[in-house]
Ligand binder design. Structure first.
Ligand SMILES: Cc1ncc(C[n+]2csc(CCOP(=O)(O)OP(=O)(O)O)c2C)c(N)n1
Ligand SMILES: [Mg+2]
Length: 350
């Protein structure tokens, strides 16, 4: 049954619910056309009032919406490859101390990765995952948040935790699962968590953090603290059903969640070309009724600006936002992976 016919019948029987809704509809409501014997000319300016697409309009052209029409979402950047800022107005003008702190922590993260990666190779720990190549996504986003904003991560966001104050000892204790480990040795290495830093413990099954983030965001909204939730995830995790549930719940509940995708080109050995069609992850924002932006994830100032602007919108307007940070996973997926089997050294060294 056509939706308009159904609505019309419901209006006639005057039942509760939808009929009361119908009374609010304009007098030239589409259903009237069903009872009219006129040519319909007088309804040329009418707007469709189907409840499922209130912003649509009528057309007499039979055309499919084509994802290949129009331009792809651009990649926002602030600096060129040599660190030169294109437009002074976009320089976040962070103080020297903060910039140095970011830089030092990026190199510290690299050093920690090397030591822990080699610890695994020496058989001292069971597993490890490096963060090489994605440092700017971590520090750029973490620096733009407040410490009270809650982080739900995937696993490759050690820099976010480092920025918040997780110490080298904390990292080591967790990876070595010793008596000082905050997780009491119950988790695999890199499954960090620290309540005092508002960093929810990492869990291995992909995308579980995503619907949790939507729920947490809704709770934060109800609590009215003026904070937000940031949910980090890989573009591979975005192929999980839980990702859809998370986006849709957050959008409809208007929860203050920044969905921060680290699009690093691979989900273990699966390249993005085998992972999705359409305009990446940012391209999905519109489908969920979410603002979205794509950013150069290797440009720390661009990531900072985008996260700061996203935070303002999600908190002030109470709605989720999709951020897609374009980057590249330089290391192997984990110590259980050998990426030379599925990608060339030339690609990695680009
Ligand atoms: C439900 C589930 N399926 C499969 C896996 C195995 N797995 C672990 S990481 C990973 C790839 C995830 O890729 P992505 O989300 O892009 O994150 P990245 O590793 O690139 O940072 C897969 C398939 C898992 N942990 N959980
Ligand atoms: Mg990935």
């Amino acid at each position: 049954m056509a939706a308009s016919t159904w609505l019309y019948r419901r209006a006639l029987v005057g039942s509760r619910g939808i009929s009361s809704h119908i009374k609010k509809l304009p007098s030239n409501f589409k259903a009237l056309r069903l009872c009219s014997s006129s040519s319909g000319d007088e309804y040329q300016d009418d707007k469709p009032r189907f409840p499922g697409a209130l912003n649509s309009y009528y057309t007499e052209k039979l055309e499919f919406d084509d994802p290949d029409d129009g331009e792809a979402i651009p990649v926002y950047r602030v600096m060129d490859r040599n660190g030169k800022v294109f437009n002074e107005a976009h320089d976040p003008k962070l103080d020297k101390e903060t910039i140095q702190d970011m830089y030092k922590k990026m190199t510290l993260l690299n050093t920690m990765d090397r030591i822990l990666y080699e610890s695994q190779r020496q058989g001292r720990i069971s597993f490890y995952m490096t963060n090489y190549g994605e440092e700017a996504t971590h520090f750029g986003s973490a620096a733009a948040l407040l410490p009270e904003d809650v982080v739900l991560g995937q696993y490759r966001e050690a820099g976010v935790l480092m920025w918040r104050g997780f110490t080298l000892d904390d990292f080591m204790n967790q990876c070595y699962a010793n008596q000082n480990d905050l997780g009491k040795g119950r988790q695999m290495p890199v499954h960090y968590g620290e309540k005092n830093l508002n960093f929810v413990t990492i869990s291995s099954p992909l995308a579980t953090q995503m619907p949790q983030a939507s729920g947490y965001g809704y709770a934060v909204k109800r609590a009215g603290t003026g904070n937000c939730v940031i949910c980090y995830f890989g573009e591979g995790a975005a192929s999980e059903g839980d990702a859809h549930a998370a986006f849709n719940f957050a959008a409809t509940l208007e929860a203050p969640v920044i969905f921060f995708c680290r699009n690093n080109g691979y989900a273990i050995s699966t390249p993005t070309s085998d992972q999705y069609r359409g305009d990446g992850i940012a391209g999905r924002g519109r489908g969920y009724g979410m603002k979205a932006i794509r950013v150069d994830g290797n440009d720390v100032f661009a990531v900072y600006n985008v996260t700061k602007a996203a935070r303002k919108i999600v908190v002030e307007q109470s709605q989720p936002i999709m951020v897609e940070a374009m980057t590249y996973r330089i290391g192997h997926h984990s110590t259980s992976d050998d990426s030379s089997v599925y990608r060339s050294l030339k690609e990695v060294n680009y």
